[in-house]
Each structure stands twice: as structure tokens, then as C-alpha cells.
Design a protein around this ligand. Structure first.
Ligand code: ATP
Length: 229
């Protein structure tokens, strides 16, 4: 399989404090990779580095065969990385419809397809984003990322803090995207949802990759040591 995203030996600092200490991982074309680990272990930093939002002290980011280690983030995103950020940032004073249109780039995903994936976004088309529930805002954030027609969808804690019924709806949409062949990198903590979904899991602990492999290799011991399960 060909690598779509390849992170090699990432070393990243916030001021004097080191957040990533040699992180390497790969997402192949059509693969779903879960980035796991307890709070503060470097998951969001890894994603932000892949998206070129943080400077690299050492290491390399390669996307679709192109070394983007020194590319500014707006250009990196245009190459086809669609981020659903932690905290589901949408434009609060635009309607659902306007939020989606503002993100649009031509391709397979358009308004109709996004609304088919999340019918609630069609029902709420003329409502301001600020008036949506948390779950609906998350659907909108995913819809916005899809409207950019990404080659890689990156989800940071997509279902955290949401009610079970909404979580199920979002997981079922993400699973559908995966089965349609979209490459996905996601940060999440819920093993019961990740294990049947991911092709590969990567565990971070204090800025280092301490384990990676297929989900069925995630033993109770590993879960206890690194995920606090
Ligand atoms: P969480 O699950 O809580 O989101 P995480 O695994 O995504 O955690 P990061 O947010 O990547 O972890 O944080 C990694 C380390 O870098 C932590 O020690 C954190 O305190 C630190 N850190 C993150 N953002 C900043 C920042 N803007 N300035 C300084 N330190 C930061």
C-alpha cells in the first residue's frame, strides 16, 4: 500500500518544553489509523504538526509523496488534509448552509452528499451554527471538512462529550466514510468504538510512540499501562 501521510521522527517543542520526541507513523491510502494515549501525551500536537501548524525542530512530514515539512499550513491543507478540530470550530454567526458553502472545494463531496450523510444538517440548513446542539455542531464540523474534498480526513476527539445516541450517529457516518475508501486519521479514547473501526492503532506516551499495530494486538496490559483502562 502507498503511504498517504508519513510522519518521520517528529521533534516538536512549545518554547523550551518538548512535546514530541521522535514520533513516526504512517497512514496508507484507504486506511483508518487511530492515534491513542492519555491526556497530554502529544496527540493533538502530532496532528497540528502534520498540518504544518507547528514548527519542526527535527523530522519530516510527507503527504501524497511530497515533502511538506516547510510548507505553510494553508498550503498543506489545500493538498488535501481536512481537519475536524477538537472543539468543533464552525463560524457561529453563519448558518449551517453558509458554513458548508464557505468550506467548499470542487469534488465528490458537495452540499447534497453531506446532507445525505447528516440529514440533520439539511433540516437545520438555515439555522445559525451557534444555535446547534453539540452533536449537530460536530456533524457540521465533519461536513465542513468533507466539503473541502480531502484525501485524508483528520478527526480530533470527534465524539468527546456527546450523548450516546449522537455518538452512534457520528461513528456510523465515519464508518461509512471509511468503507467508501476515505483515508482517516483519528484521535479518540473510546476503545469499544475504535477497535472495530481502525486498521491500525498508534499509542503515544509522553511524546513518543510506545506501541503501534493492528487493534487486535492491543492487549489488556497495553491498555492498562498506556490508556489507563
Ligand atoms: P489531550 O487528550 O488532552 O488533548 P494530547 O495527547 O492531544 O492531549 P497535546 O495537546 O498534544 O496532548 O499536548 C502534549 C503536551 O504539550 C502536553 O504536555 C501539553 O501540556 C503541551 N502543550 C500543548 N499545547 C501547548 C501549548 N500551546 N503551549 C505549551 N504547551 C503545550
Amino acid at each position: 500500500m502507498t503511504a498517504l501521510l508519513q510522519l518521520d521522527d517528529l521533534h516538536v517543542f512549545y518554547g523550551a518544553s518538548q512535546a514530541l520526541d521522535g514520533v513516526s507513523l504512517q497512514v496508507d491510502e484507504g486506511q483508518a489509523v487511530a492515534l491513542m494515549g492519555r491526556n497530554g501525551m502529544g496527540k493533538t500536537t502530532t496532528i497540528s504538526t502534520a498540518l504544518r501548524m507547528l514548527p519542526l525542530r527535527k523530522g519530516r512530514v510527507v503527504f501524497a509523496g511530497q515533502d511538506i515539512s516547510t510548507l505553510p499550513s494553508f498550503r498543506a491543507a489545500r493538498l488535501g488534509m481536512g481537519l475536524v478540530p477538537e472543539g468543533r470550530r464552525c463560524f457561529p454567526n453563519l448558518t449551517v448552509h453558509e458554513n458548508l458553502i464557505a468550506a467548499a472545494r470542487s469534488g465528490y463531496w458537495d452540499l447534497g452528499r453531506v446532507q445525505q450523510l447528516f440529514p440533520r444538517l439539511q433540516e437545520r440548513a438555515d439555522q445559525y451554527a451557534v444555535s446547534l446542539s453539540g452533536g449537530e455542531q460536530q456533524m457540521l464540523a465533519i461536513g465542513r471538512a468533507l466539503m473541502t474534498n480531502p484525501r485524508l480526513l483528520i478527526l480530533d476527539e470527534a465524539t468527546e462529550g456527546l450523548a450516546p445516541v449522537i455518538r452512534r450517529e457520528i461513528w456510523s457516518a465515519i464508518t461509512r466514510l471509511r468503507s467508501e475508501g476515505l483515508s482517516i486519521l483519528l484521535v479518540d479514547k473510546t476503545l469499544s468504538e475504535i477497535l472495530p473501526f481502525a486498521d491500525a492503532c498508534v499509542i503515544l506516551d509522553r511524546g513518543r510512540v510506545v506501541w503501534q499495530g493492528a487493534p487486535d494486538g492491543l492487549t489488556a496490559d497495553l491498555q492498562h499501562t498506556y490508556l489507563g483502562v
